[in-house]
Design a protein around this ligand. Sequence first.
Ligand code: BGC
Length: 872
Amino acid sequence: MYRIYDLQCNNMPFPQGIDDAKPTFSWKLDSDQQDTYQVSYRLRVYLEECMVWDTGFIKSDKTFDIPYQGEKLKSGQLYFWEAESINNYGEKASSTTAKWQTGNIESRWLMKWISTGEARKEIVDCVSAEAIFAGAVKSLDKPEEVLDSPVYFRKEIGIEKEVKHAVAFATAKGIYDLQIDGQSVSHLFAPEYTSYNKHLEYQTYDVTKLLTPGRHGIGVILADGWYTGKIGLMGVGNQYGERNSFYLQIEVTYTDGTKELLGTDESFKWSYGGYRYSDLFVGEYYVQAKELTGYSKTGFDDSSWKQVVASVGGFDILQGQSITPARVVKKIVPEILCTPKGEVVLDAGANIVGFTRYEGPCEEEVEISFEHSEVLDQNGNFQQNILGQHKNQKDRILPNKTGIITYKPKFTFHGFRYVLLEGIKDPKAEDFEIWVIDDGLERTGSFVTSNEDINQLQENIYRSQQGNMLFVPTDCPQRERAGWTGDMQVYAPTATFNMDVLAFLKRWLKDMRLEQKMDGQIPNVIPAIDSNKYIDGEGQDEVSSAGWGDACVIVPYRLYQAYQSKEVLKDNFQMMCRWMDYVESKVSQEGLWDTGFHFGDWLIPSIMKATGNPMETAMKTKEEVASAMYAYTTEIMIDICNVLGEKKRAEHYLALNQKTRTSFSIKYISSDGRMRNDLQGLYVLALGMRLVDEHKRQACVRHLVNLVHENDDCLDTGFLSVPFLLETLYEEGEKELAYTLLFQKKSPSWLYAVTKGATTIWENWEAIRPDGTRTNSSYNHFAFGCVGEFMYKHIGGLEAVEAGYRKIKIAPDINCGLDWAKTSYVSRYGEISIDWDKKSGNLEVKLPPNTSGEIWWNGKTMEIGNGRYLLK
Ligand code: BGC
C-alpha cells in the first residue's frame, strides 16, 4: 500500500492564525514496496466549497516546503487542503483533508490598544549573581505588597443580524485570557514569548458560533507575563516596557454580506479583580472575595469600573501565531507524602512543567498555598531548590466561604516535582491534579534498548526537552526560563531527533535576527533581557560569548541537516555573516579569538567541585574555547556557503579556517600533543573540531585518554565540549572508553543521575551529591542531554548522510555492550526504523519512500534503496 500522511502547513499539522501570503505544504510517504519514489504530486486547496488552488499533477519528487501559489488568501479563514502522490509503480495515494487558518493576512489593524494608563512596578532590588548562586536571596516577602494586580477589561456588544463568520484577532503586551459570555476563547499564555518590541504575535480565534444575534459580554484579564513580569535570573520586571496593554479586533461578516468591525477602543472599562497578583515566577494569589463573577457576561454592573486609556500604533511588529499553541498534555494525580517534619507534600512522580489544580474543601479566610520545588532533601523533607530573585513559585488562594473550591492558576506555571501544601485539612490525592503543559511539538524520535538505565536517560532527555521547549528554548523552566543560546546550540542535534522543532526554532531564530546588534553581536539570551546586565562579568562590554553567539550559525545548520530546509539557511545567512564578520574583527592576526569575555567550557565538574564558581571555568578556558569555536564555525560556514552557492564567501571562510587551525595547533598544543591547559574538554574540542596537526594527533588522543583514566574513568568536560566527548573518543579509536563513559555510574556521569532517581537532565552533574545532599541546582537543564546524539547514532545506528535524512547511514554498533536496540525516527520523508538484536544477529531496517541508505552490518557495507530489509 502506498500512503500519504502527516500533512503539514508551515511545518505544523494545523497552524492557527498564520499570516504568510505563501504558506508552505509538506507531507510524508509510506510504502510496503521497496525502492518507492514519488514521480508526481497534486495539491488542492479549498475555501468553503471553492477550490482556490489546484496544481494539477506536477512531475516532481518534492514532498516538502512547497509554497502556496493559488488565489490571494483571505484573512481569518479556514482553508482545507489535500495532496495526492503517484509513485514509480503507478500507485496513487490520496491524503485525508488537512486545514490551516489564516490570520490577518491584509494586516489591517483598525482598533486601539487599551490599558489602564498606569505603569507596572519594576522591582530592582538587585544583588550579585554570586549572592544568588550562594543561595543568599530567594523569594519576595509579602508579594502582595509590591506586585501589581492583573487587570480586568470589559464591554458589551450587540449583534443585530445573523452572523456568517466572525473572527477575532487578539494580542497583548502581557498575557491575556479572553472570554466571550463567560467562555474562554484564548490559548494558554497567549501571546506567548517573543522579542516583544520587535516581534509580537497575535492569535486568531473563530468566534462565529459565539456571536449569535443579541447582546454579548466581552471580558479580558491581562497579567504581566514576560512583558512586565519579574523574569530571568534577576527577577527584574518591565523588561520590554512598563505598561501592559491589550488589543482585540473582531471582524464580523453577516449572512446578508455586510461587515462590521468590533474590538478594543476607549469604550472599554477596567478594574482589578480576584487575582491579587500573578507572576510567571513569583506565582499567583487568588482572593475569592474579590472575584468579579460574571464580568465577561452581559448584565454585569461595571458602574464602578474606570474608563481605559486607548492608543494606536506599533502594528508593524505584529505577526500571526507561528508555532503550535501551548497545551495541557497530561493530568497527573499526585501522591501525597507526609514528610518527617510533618509537611504535606504532593509528588507528581516526575519533574515536570505545569501547575497544580485543586478541587476540594476549603475554609473561609484560611489561605491555601502550593509551593513548588524540584527536590526533597536528604531526609525527605521539602527543599526549595529554585534560586534567583523573586522566585517564590508559590500559588495562593484565599477562599471567602467554607465549602468546595476549584482553582488552577491562570497566568503562571512552574518547573517542579514536589508541591508543599498548606491550609488544607486532611488533603486527599484525588482532589489534586498536576497539569503538565508543553508546546505540542510532535514526538519524532523513539529510542529503546535492552538497558533500563539508558532507557531512563532517554526518557529524562525527552522530559527535559518537553519542559524547556516551551515558547522559546529555555535553559531551565524554573530559575531563569531564558533563551540561552549556548544551551540550544549544544543540544540541537538531539532536539531534532526527539521532536519536530522546525517551526519552533524558526520562530526563535527570527527573534535572534531581530536582536542582533549593529556590530553583529548576538545577545547570549534570546529574547534578550536587559536585566542580564546585572549578572555580566566585570569589564564585560560584549553581549556575546563564543559558543553562545555561535548558535546563530550552528542552530540553522543543524536544522538544515535534520530537515533539509534551505530556507532556514537562507533566512539566517545574513545574520550568520554579520556575526562572523564581528568575530573576525575580534580575532588576532593569527586567527585566534583571544579577546573579550566568554563562558568558555562552562561548568567543568572538577573546577566546579574545587571552587564552586562557574566563572572560574570561564576564565580558565575561554581563550582556547573561543578560538576552537571560531575554527568550527568557519568550517560550518564553508558548508553553508556551498549549499547556498556563495562561492566567494566559502573561499573566505576556508582561508580563515585554515589560518585558525594552524595557529591553534601551534599556540595551544605542544609538540608532544599536550594542551597548554591540561583539561579533558580542551582536548576534546581540539580533536573533535580537527584542530590538531596530524603528527600530534595520536599523542593528543593518549593525553585525553589518560586524563579520563586519571579521573577514575569519569568525564570532566564542560558545556561546549561535552557534545563532542564520546564522538571524539569513538572516532579516535577509543570506542570502549566512549562506552565506559556512557555506562559510567560514578559521578560525574549521565547514569549517575539516573541512579539517584533523576527524571530530567540536571544542570550540575552532582545536583544530588554522592553523600545524598541535594544542592540548589537546576534539575531540569536539557544541555547535557546532548549525549542523545551519540546514542542514536552509534547504539541506534541512525545517521543522516545527506541533509534531511534523504540518504541514511545505518551502522549500529553491535559491540556497544547492549543486547538490542529499537530506534525509530519520523524524518520529513517518513518513518525510519532500525531494530537490531545481538543474539539472533538480526537487523531490521525500514526506510521511507524517496530515500536510500547504506547499511554497515557484520563487517559489510551495502547500498540499499528504501523499504524493509532484514539482514542476518
Ligand atoms: C544558565 C545556562 C547558561 C549560562 C551561561 C546559566 O545561568 O542556566 O544554562 O547557558 O548561565 O553561561
